[in-house]
Structures are given as structure tokens and as C-alpha cells.
Design a protein around this ligand. Sequence first.
Ligand code: CP
Ligand code: NVA
Length: 303
Amino acid sequence: MKTKNLVTISDLSREEIFSILRLTQKLKKKPLAKKHKFRNKTLALLFQKPSNRTRISFEVAMVHLGGYVLYLSPREIEMGKREPVKDVARVVSRYVDGIVGRVFSHKDIYELAKYSEVPVINGLSDLAHPCQALSDIFTVLEKKKTLRNVTISYVGDGNNVLNSLVMVCAKTGVNIKIACPKGYEPNKEIYDEAVKTAKKNKAIVEIFADPYEAVRDSDIVYTDVWVSMGQEQEKEKKLKDFARFQVNAQLMRTAKKDAMIMHCLPAHRGEEVTDVIDGKNSIIYDQAENRMHVQKAILLKML
Ligand code: CP
Ligand code: NVA
């Protein structure tokens, strides 16, 4: 793989994405196939925010590859507070073979990547969540057996998860229909690039104001929280603005009969989604499990 860092999905070519998907298919069948590959390799997880899936899946992936992980919680390093991000990047990269960063501001992951001497992987920033999107597209492929003529509808906030999802769909030729309230659209630059990329790959990217229109005849309905980590003070306003954008049984009836439900988790039942995510068409736990298999492939390609 040519790319040194994985900051956004745009760092990967279409071919690189498919190569990660193929390697993941093999690794999911044989999780310990590369169990000595990372002997003496260390991965640092530099996290400014809490995490269940991202942290654990990276840790277990490294164990399966025979490597070692250092989890550095917000209290340890105090990146940007105790010392500038560029010094953290320069110092930590002298000790370890790769860094996964989870940050509030995308600028910080960008700085980490700029000044690090080892590969930096974005484990979530306010702009992007590329590892999530790669696992999502792997899950779609696993469930639908193909990425051709597949349509995902994303209902909710135009946030980090959607920014990465829209780009991975565009690059892999999956149609994505988005429904979000006015003012909560995905990042404009990413969206415009995704529209162009999707066209080349014969896929459609479209935004709707009405969730029912976006979901009509869809294969998969995807949502994420309305209030992301760090946005707690906007909660009251967002709950009002997003009231029409809940994924519930009524909305699901507009999608295809066997339509599946995806959510990156954590979910706020009663806000962006109801208990439909506990139903038989929900694939949220496979989606969560796949984080580990996909990230193992990412690590093997990058470190
Ligand atoms: N989906 C996801 O990234 O979950 P965590 O925040 O628990 O890592
Ligand atoms: N949009 C959510 C995703 C969590 C995995 C957040 O940023 O909190």
C-alpha cells in the first residue's frame, strides 16, 4: 500500500480499499493466520475520547498479530495541552511502529500524521471515521455478497461517520441516499468529491430533505447518534432539529422488505433509533465485530 497514513478515506484508492476487503475476508476465516507477523511491533492508541469498539478491536487485532499495544488515555499524554501535538507525534513515533489517534479536532489527527515518522491511523475525529467506514463496507459485502446495485440510506446527522461512509460508498460503487435536516449536511468538500467519484464508479450519491424519500426501496438503512462526543452542549437543539429523522418501524416499512439496519454504535435508543435495531434485520453486532477483522487487514497493509 502506497499511503503512509489513514486520515480519511480519500487516502485510499479504490484498489487499496478492495485489497483491504479481500485480505479481511481471509483473516475473518482464519483470525490467527498471521500470528507471528508483528512480533516486536508496537501500536500506540492515543485517545482523547472514550471508546469501546475502536480501542478493543485494535487491541485484540494486535494480539492476534503477535504485537503489543499501548493504550494512552486522555489523562496520560494530554495532547495539545501538556505539549503540542507535533511534539507528541515526533516523540511517540520514535518508540512505536504505528499510532491510532482518536481526537476531537481533525486538525490534531492531521498534525499527528504530518509530524509522525510512523503510520498514523485515524480512530475517529470530528470530521472522519475511516476505520468504521471500511468495516461498514466490508459488512455490506459480507451480507449482500456484492457491492453492485446496493443502496444504503443514511438517516441522521452529517457527521464524521457519514463523511467517511459517503466516500467509501463512492469509491466502491455503492449508492447512498442521505436524509438530514437542513444545516446538518455532510462536509461539503468531501460530499462534492464523493459525487464526482461515485459518477466514475456508476453509483449515486444524493441528499434528501425527507427521510421517507431517502429510504424508499433501500437495501440498508444506516444511522448514527444525533449528538456526537463533544457536542453535549448542543443536545437540546439537536433533539428538536432531528425529530423527524428517527429510524423506526414506520420508516423501515418504506425500505425494501428485507432491508437491513446498520449503526456504528454506541446507539441512543429513543433518539436516532428505536428498538428496531434489536430486531432480526439488524446487523449492528456483525458490523461491530468486523471492526476487528478489517483493522487487522489495515494494520497488515500499513505497518
Ligand atoms: N463505533 C465506534 O467507533 O465505537 P467506539 O466509539 O466505542 O470506539
Ligand atoms: N458520531 C459519533 C460516532 C461514535 C463512534 C461520535 O463522534 O461520537
